[in-house]
Ligand binder design. Structure first.
Ligand SMILES: C[S@@+](CC[C@H](N)C(=O)[O-])C[C@H]1O[C@@H](n2cnc3c(N)ncnc32)[C@H](O)[C@@H]1O
Length: 402
């Protein structure tokens, strides 16, 4: 375990020189309708206008200062964790955010287009694993914070634009929409905003590339149990479909599958992050659920869902309910969030590693003692190793499932 402590500093100090080579391989946006803002380092659309998305000006300025004044801005930064004081700062600064991406095997120099990068919590992760990252964000303040979060990573470009107007000739290995597609009615518009959003994502994809989407499940268990809808803060808005017009909307499992299939993806894999995609401690693959000898409900039931509006009264025990849900084969329908992996071709490069059944993260430890447990049905005995592909020291434990 002690080897992990220097590793964190190693990454921080070595990354810039290691990524200079990559930088030259990322095309600039000169002549594409963008100018490089010399104060922020963000590529800004020349016709940039206000973009109405904010966690609140005070909250966003607080997060900017937290990032700007921190020496360690890595995904696993304990320094940033100490600056978490409310839900917006937790969402953007928590080391738990990047757990979402750990099921994916993303090679160095993979080109990633992140649509709606927010303040860079996931952008930073892509950058740390050595991907060539183009992150697009509509809000200039948020794009500026994302750039600051990635200030030592020359393999990360941040662009401020509504991605429906984003211009580039480049095609990407991976395009991501993490907590973004649900805003299509507001920021994409038109008669079929979700179809349009997916068409935009597809238009930037290499033929063998992958689109990754994280989104809430409108029928997630917590929403039946007195938790406010995450975007509107209203009770039952997702279940009743009482979203205000042209704002935001989420989907259920079958509904989302249909939307993704209609958009032309030939393969759609579902993963289920618990308690949700925002702060995942457990991730299941839909194929995991075929392992009937494992009681997933006992693992999921320990991941307490959060009502991000702050109220805590619940009607029933979700921990007990998960057992009934599992017995009826309904985990995909009640999972609070979805993580979808979509490809255009059956020959697409597989990016979800296949040798695991459930990923369990221990996020209550300091960065240098972080670990995750991978339960693998294939392995024999207990393997214990350091995963050098990630920003902090993470132990991988592969256990035999009895
Ligand atoms: C819930 S936040 C998620 C941010 C980030 N993906 C993350 O996981 O930390 C959604 C972000 O997407 C951005 N966004 C939504 N639609 C967009 C669009 N059409 N163009 C650019 N940015 C968009 C919003 O401004 C916001 O920062």
């Amino acid at each position: 375990m002690t080897t992990s402590i220097p590793k964190q500093y190693f990454i921080k100090e070595k990354q810039p020189s290691g990524t200079t080579m990559l930088e030259s391989k990322i095309p600039t946006f000169v002549g594409m309708g963008y100018r490089l803002d010399s104060d922020t380092g963000v590529w800004v659309a020349k016709n940039n206008t206000d973009f109405a998305y904010s966690d609140g000006d005070v909250q966003e300025k607080y997060i900017f200062n937290a990032v700007r004044t921190s020496r360690d801005v890595s995904c696993s930064s304990d320094e940033l964790s100490t600056k978490i004081k409310d839900w917006p700062s937790e969402y953007h600064l928590s080391p738990v955010r990047s757990n979402l991406m750990a099921p994916f095997q993303i090679k160095q120099e993979t080109s990633i287009l992140e649509l709606g990068c927010g303040m860079g919590a996931i952008t930073r992760y892509y950058g740390e694993i050595g991907a060539k990252v183009t992150a697009v964000e509509g809000s200039l303040q948020r794009a500026t914070i994302a750039k600051e979060r990635c200030r030592d990573l020359n393999n990360v470009r941040v662009v401020c634009d509504n991605f429906k107007n984003f211009q580039t000739d480049e095609k990407f290995d991976i395009v991501t929409l993490i907590g973004v597609m649900e805003y299509s009615p507001k920021f994409i518009g038109g008669n079929d905003p979700f179809g349009e959003c997916l068409a935009i994502a597809k238009s930037f994809l290499k033929p063998e590339g992958t689109v990754i989407i994280a989104i809430e499940n409108r029928l997630g268990l917590k929403y039946w149990n007195n938790c406010a809808e995450d975007h509107t803060n209203g009770l039952f808005d997702s279940i009743h479909d009482t979203y205000p017009p042209n704002t935001v909307s989420t989907f259920g499992y079958e509904e989302l599958k249909n939307v993704l299939t209609k958009a032309g993806f030939v393969s759609v894999e579902f993963l289920f992050p618990f308690p949700d995609y925002k702060l995942p401690s457990v991730i299941l693959h839909e194929k995991s659920l075929m392992q009937k000898e494992i009681r997933f409900a006992s693992i999921i039931g320990q991941q307490f869902s959060r009502d991000y509006s702050g109220q805590s009264n619940r009607y029933f025990s979700e921990q007990l309910a998960w057992h009934t849900i599992e017995k009826n084969g309904l985990i995909p329908h009640f999972s609070n969030s979805f993580l979808c992996v979509c490809t255009l071709s059956p020959d697409a490069c597989p990016i979800v590693s296949k040798d695991w059944v459930v990923k369990i993260y221990n996020s209550s430890r300091s960065a240098c003692f972080l670990k995750f447990i991978t339960r693998s049905s294939a392995s024999r005995g207990v393997k214990h190793c350091c995963d050098l592909g990630l920003s902090c020291c993470i132990e991988t434990w592969c256990c035999v499932i009895p």
